[in-house]
Design a protein around this ligand. Structure first.
Ligand code: MN
Ligand code: MN
Length: 261
């Protein structure tokens, strides 16, 4: 398999509550390369930096630039790992992804459904990306996992777009997904309980443990074409706890991409 494209998006302009996720990509890279840990994923694969075709971190002038930038980075390749950034980046990234792979299935792991039609006057807020993705039919199937903040409006949106939801209160179902097609995984760090990942803008109690999140990823048994890790906010982190989780997730996601290829 070709190298996995790695890109960092330094962007948090669509965050509704706190800035900070724009600082995440270089922080995650440095923790990924920290001598405090080795490069081995739990399945035995070594995820050294050479596994990646690292395109670097990108400052973003205009939100819509993220699509063309991603398209350019991904062209002639297959697998993509993006470090955000707030969750708004997933819509333009999936738009670019769709131009190359067509309509894949998406596993969205988050405390929030991010399905608002509009949030605080902005249709591209980090609370809206999956409404845009579904209304433009950029993907086949949307499976949301870990959700624990559904408002009435978001329940309606979820029904309207045929979203398959495994709410946090039913989380035991998340390790037996019935998957047939290649997937893209969008991973919002606030799906984790704030006890495991304090470095996020929105602390939502009652979330996943790091172990439960890894079990969900490791149970995926179809090809993984792309993934993003978003909403890590280094300004809220304590002793790099959350940053080290992101670094481990790079290893686990990349190892799964290779294993399932
Ligand atoms: Mn989100
Ligand atoms: Mn979230």
């Amino acid at each position: 398999m070709k190298k996995i494209i790695l890109q960092g998006i330094l962007y948090d302009e669509k965050s509704s509550y706190l800035k900070g996720p724009a600082l995440a990509p270089p922080k995650i890279r440095s923790l990924f390369m920290s001598p405090s840990a080795n490069y081995f994923a739990e399945n035995g694969r070594e995820i050294a930096p050479e596994i990646f075709d690292d395109k670097g971190d990108f400052e973003i002038d205009t939100y819509f630039d993220i699509e063309n930038l991603t398209f350019k980075n991904l062209k002639n390749s297959e697998h993509l790992l993006t470090l955000g950034g707030d969750h708004s980046i997933t819509y333009p990234v999936i738009k670019a992804f769709n131009r190359i792979h067509g309509r894949v299935d998406v596993i969205h792991i988050d405390a929030h459904a991010d399905l608002y039609d509009i949030f605080e006057g902005d249709k591209f807020s980090h609370a809206c990306p999956f409404a845009r993705i579904m209304e433009e039919k950029l993907i086949n199937r949307l499976i949301q996992i870990g959700i624990r903040t559904l408002s009435m409006h978001q329940r309606e949106q979820s029904k309207k777009y045929d979203v398959e939801t495994i709410e946090m209160r039913h989380i035991h179902k998340a390790t037996s997904l019935e998957l047939k097609n290649p997937v893209y995984i969008s991973l919002d760090m606030d799906v984790l309980d704030p006890a495991y990942a304090p470095g996020v803008s929105h602390h939502e109690p009652g979330g996943l443990s790091t172990r439960e999140l890894l079990n969900i990823i490791q149970a995926i048994n179809v090809p993984i074409f792309g993934a993003d890790i978003v909403e890590y906010n280094p300004t809220r982190d304590i002793n790099d706890i959350t940053g080290m989780v992101c670094a481990k997730l790079i290893k686990e996601l990349a190892a799964k991409m290779i294993e399932n290829n």
